[in-house]
Design a protein around this ligand. Structure first.
Ligand code: CTP
Length: 409
């Protein structure tokens, strides 16, 4: 049997990037031979094994045929006769379809190295269409390697467009889609992921609520970029430049969904978009079974981001309501993430990327003032139950009034 490194490990070594995951393909072996050597089988569906010592993945060379819709509809054919070239041709991109042996001899039948040098993401063969998740994968690789100058080949975009139009993306499971989306959002250029999905028509299929933002104008005074879709891309770009966590990036993507619902006669104003957007944010959250912390932050940022921007003008009572809504006493981190998302929203505007955002420190100061109100003296005065809650609120409001006065004097 022969063993080759394949996929991302070869690609990233040739790009001079660190290699984390190593996948190997085994040619000329049977399942029985692998088991006899102590390899542990993983998964019921794939002929994949873990190395008895290193735990790394070894897959038998295989061919795949699509036999139905969705991810379940695959049949595999793995046998010692399947060649390395046959295994590589079923893979997604030419840059992912190279193999190397222990001596670093490259097997590259589909010209992955040429495409690496030309900075092109190109599909290997029509077999690309057998897994619609690859539309998201290509967009994710575009987001990852945009800084190196990679773009998607025209013919691959055409294929991605056909796949999007065929309705096949609807058959993807929430789990597989979210895995790609969340990984893509954490790349250096997450806005490229959304842009590529939009360009091939996949965004309309996956997140029509985000797609609908393109072409929707906003007032030029606050938004020199005007277009709400472009603004959303810029906010996402800022979130990556500022190394924000996934929760914040997800909230950035969804914060303005309500603007897609504004009747055209009201453009470029979007009155109450914070509220109209909530049901859309909820729908997207549920569609992809998004983790709870991401869901929550997206909804809170959707509802309160304009409060964040107007922080210095808010009445003390409104400020208190905001802090209570975030439960800042038990969830301090979540409020910090809200502040970050608001700041990204403020900077994700053409020509305003470097602006300062005094609202951030002001909100932090307000949270501190509210948190510093001590419960003990109220207990000593005999307050308990709901009255204690009311008394605490009164004291916090007093503290916020004093804070506001001092901070804005
Ligand atoms: N692959 C594919 N189609 C998929 C998933 C994977 O063709 N839907 C192939 C590609 O050849 C890929 C390899 O399997 O290179 C390994 O997949 P994976 O580990 O998911 O990705 P990597 O390319 O290693 O990239 P990453 O750095 O994102 O892990």
């Amino acid at each position: 049997m022969q063993v080759y490194k394949v996929g991302g490990a070869v690609r990233d070594r040739l790009l001079g990037l660190p290699v984390t995951d190593v996948d190997r393909v085994v040619v000329g072996a049977t399942t029985e031979e692998m088991l006899a050597k102590g390899f542990r089988p993983v998964g019921a569906d794939f002929p994949v094994f873990l190395h008895p010592k290193t735990g790394e993945e070894y897959a038998l060379a295989r061919t795949e045929r699509k036999s139905g819709r969705g991810y379940g509809g695959f049949t595999f054919y793995a046998s010692p006769e399947v060649t390395l070239e046959e295994d590589l041709i079923r893979r997604d991109l030419t840059i992912n379809a190279m193999a190397e042996d222990d001596q670093l001899n490259l097997t590259d039948p589909y010209h992955g190295q040429r495409d690496l040098e030309a900075r092109i993401l190109r599909h290997v063969s029509p077999a690309f269409a057998e897994d619609p998740l690859r539309v998201l994968r290509v967009a994710r690789f575009a987001a990852r390697y945009a800084g190196l100058g990679f773009t998607v080949a025209d013919e691959t975009m055409d294929l991605m467009r056909q796949l999007s139009e065929s309705g096949e993306l609807q058959a993807l499971t929430a789990e597989r889609s979210w895995k790609e989306i969340s990984r893509a959002l954490m790349e250096d250029h997450p806005q490229v992921f959304i842009q590529v999905l939009r360009d091939c028509g996949a965004l309309k299929e996956l997140m029509p609520e985000v797609d609908a933002l393109f072409g929707v104008p906003q007032p030029e005074t606050h938004h020199p970029e005007i277009d709400t879709g472009l603004h959303t891309l810029s906010v996402l770009e800022q979130s990556a430049l500022h190394k924000q966590p996934l929760t914040v990036r997800w909230a950035c993507l969804l914060h303005d969904l309500g603007k897609g619902l504004t009747p055209e006669e009201e453009w470029p104003r979007h009155i109450a978009h914070e509220h109209t957007g909530l049901k859309l944010i909820k729908a997207v959250n549920e569609r992809f079974k998004v983790p709870k912390d991401c869901q929550e932050l997206a909804l809170l940022v959707g509802q309160y981001h304009t409060h964040g921007h107007r922080a210095l003008e808010l009445k003390a009572s409104t400020l208190l309501e905001l802090l209570q809504s975030f439960d800042i006493y038990r969830r301090p981190q979540r409020f910090e993430e809200f502040i970050s998302a608001c700041e990204m929203d403020a900077r994700g505007r053409k020509g305003l990327e470097q602006r300062s955002y005094p609202q951030a420190d002001y909100l932090r100061g307000a949270a501190k003032a509210a948190r510093e109100v001590a419960v003990q003296p109220l207990l000593e005065q005999g307050f308990k139950g709901p009255e204690l809650g009311e008394a605490l609120k009164r004291e916090r409001l007093k503290a916020l009034k004093a804070y506001k006065e001092a901070a804005t004097a």
